[in-house]
Design a protein around this ligand. Structure first.
Ligand code: PAF
Length: 281
């Protein structure tokens, strides 16, 4: 595996693979099995797989966890080598955002829904870095996890709106044995907090069964999830929403082919999200 930190060097390296299929897995590092599932898929579907590790400052709000976001490059390197990744791109902030950087990408409306309500600049930061990575790597396929369903919906919108000739692949959520969706932030949780956090996947599982049994009233589903989450004093609910998968607008009646049931909570200081998707992003 080649580790490359400079954009020019990465471009030069990629010139060698002009006629090859290139897969890109953008990450912020501190890799877990969710990332590894994306990487495995990229290796399966492409000739060359590039993984980026970059903790993108612009997607963190002023009071968020940018400074303490978990980082372990040594461990990431080992995992990427073992997996058979071809190129690791790990630029520093100055490389990605040189002095006077001032161009941002904003996908309107979709970025204001769900997580956008409490993280107003988050998706602007995500779209900006993702489009930069697309332009630098010029990949055929790019891999994202369904845990960040809103991110995937927004990136697909950006692809359509800006006519990007890239295939966006959204892969299923990977969970720990206890059901918690894998996230680099899970490491912040104490034992007690983790127990509380499990109420979220459990609630989603329960309502998924209700929907499969014909309960399509979105308000009833929402109330059921809220009720389950309120069982723990450690949980602060950010949102529980049932939305249309394309517009991210709230729905009253659930369409089994086109809905997203999503929740965001804070457990102690840790913000966690989870969801299930009905249909395809
Ligand atoms: O999903 C993530 O880890 C990040 O939002 C991404 C896509 C790597 C952009 O920084």
């Amino acid at each position: 595996m080649k580790t490359i930190k400079k954009i020019d060097s990465l471009r030069k390296e990629l010139y060698l693979y002009v006629k090859k299929r290139i897969g890109l897995v953008p990450t912020m590092g501190y890799l877990h099995n969710g990332h590894l599932s994306l990487i495995d898929q990229s290796i399966k579907e492409n000739d060359i797989s590039v993984v980026s590790v970059f903790v993108n400052p612009y997607q963190f709000g002023p009071n968020e966890d940018f400074n303490v976001y978990p980082r372990d490059m040594e461990r990431d390197l080992k995992l990427l080598e073992e997996r058979g990744v071809d190129i690791l791109f790990s630029p520093d902030s100055k490389e990605m955002y040189p002095e006077n950087f001032s161009t941002f990408v904003e996908v309107e409306k979709l970025s204001k829904a769900l997580c956008g309500k409490s993280r107003p600049t988050h998706f602007r930061g995500v779209c900006t870095v993702v489009l930069k990575l697309f332009n630098i790597v010029n990949p055929n396929n790019v891999y994202f996890g369904a845990k960040d369903a809103q991110q995937a919906v927004i990136i697909k919108r950006m692809k359509e709106d800006l006519n990007l000739d890239i295939n966006i692949r959204v892969m299923p959520i990977v969970r720990d044995e206890d059901g918690l969706a894998l996230s680099s932030r899970n490491r912040y949780l104490s034992k007690r907090e983790r127990e509380a956090a499990l109420l979220m996947p459990e609630a989603l599982k329960k309502v998924n069964i209700l929907i499969n049994n014909g309960v399509f009233d979105a308000n009833e589903i929402r109330k059921k999830i809220v009720g389950e989450l309120k069982k723990s004093k450690y949980i602060k609910i950010d949102y529980v929403e049932v939305v249309n998968l394309k517009t991210l607008k709230s729905v009253e009646i659930i369409d089994k082919e086109n809905a997203l049931v999503a929740a965001a909570i804070k457990v102690g200081e840790t913000r966690l999200i989870d969801n299930f998707i009905l249909g395809e992003i």
